[in-house]
Write a protein that binds this ligand. Structure first.
Ligand code: 13P
Length: 246
């Protein structure tokens, strides 16, 4: 039985004051039966670490460099994330693929850099609305995952995978539990062909997860938790989603 994992992706939101209020709300609301983490903007990682000292909640970042170190102005390495205690790093979020032109291979290289430093990459895959309407959903997510499998080889079992249909992110449109499950099953099968650990791997769903749809999504056999955007910014909503995963 896989333990569920719920991860809040704060994206580019927050301030020291609002983060403190949010984390204090979560401290009061927890603990939950699921594993829970927040992925916060880089400048707030250390304060988040302090605020979560002694808590069951983990924290992480939203991106990392594929490079080890060097003259890469503006980049943050996986080693640095490990150094400040990050447990997770999101890589390949559709917003980075779209706005920063990240390729499947770059995403795979970032996942590899994270694993090399003991930080678990949460690798995002997902199709756009046009790709879904063209019947390409399976082909797109399989292509995105294949690059990661090829690059990580025997370490693929160490990642967390997240299926985030691009058309469902921040739109209020959610994949139905059945639609999401169908894609998760395809992804699990692909992982199964690559590693004996596939049954233990967690595949999260992301895209307009809210307290009122979380139970039905998390009830699907291959949905092992969620990657939460907007609803992760409100302590009451995020904690209700964490409860739904318990
Ligand atoms: P929303 O929950 O706001 O749709 O965002 C999902 C997401 O992109 C999480 O990474």
């Amino acid at each position: 039985m896989r333990k569920k994992l719920v991860v809040g992706n704060w994206k580019m939101h927050g301030s020291r004051a609002s983060n403190a209020a949010l984390l204090s709300g979560l401290r009061e609301a927890g603990p939950w039966n699921a594993d829970v983490a927040v992925c916060v903007p880089f400048p707030y990682i250390t304060e988040t670490a302090l605020a979560l000292t002694g808590q069951a909640m983990s924290f992480g970042a939203q991106d990392c460099s594929a490079h080890e170190q060097g003259a890469y102005t503006g980049e943050v390495s996986a080693a640095m994330l490990a150094d400040v205690g990050c447990r997770y790093v999101i890589v390949g979020h559709s917003e980075r693929r779209a706005f920063h032109h990240e390729s499947d291979q770059l995403v795979a290289d970032k996942a590899k850099a994270a694993l090399a430093h003991g930080v678990t990459p949460i690798v995002c895959v997902g199709e756009t609305r046009a790709e879904r309407e063209a019947g390409q959903t399976e082909a797109v997510v399989k292509r995105q995952l294949a690059a990661v499998i090829h690059t990580l080889t025997h370490c693929i079992g160490e990642i967390v995978l997240a299926y985030e249909p691009v058309w469902a992110i921040g739109t209020g449109l959610t994949a139905s539990p059945e639609e999401a499950q169908a894609v998760h099953a395809v992804l699990r099968m692909q992982l199964h062909a690559a590693t004996q650990k596939s049954d233990a791997m967690r595949i999260l769903y992301g895209g307009s997860v809210k307290p009122d749809n979380a139970v039905s999504l998390f009830g699907q056999p291959d949905i092992d938790g969620g990657l939460i955007g907007g609803a992760a910014l409100k302590a009451a909503d995020f904690s209700a989603i964490c409860r739904a995963a318990g």
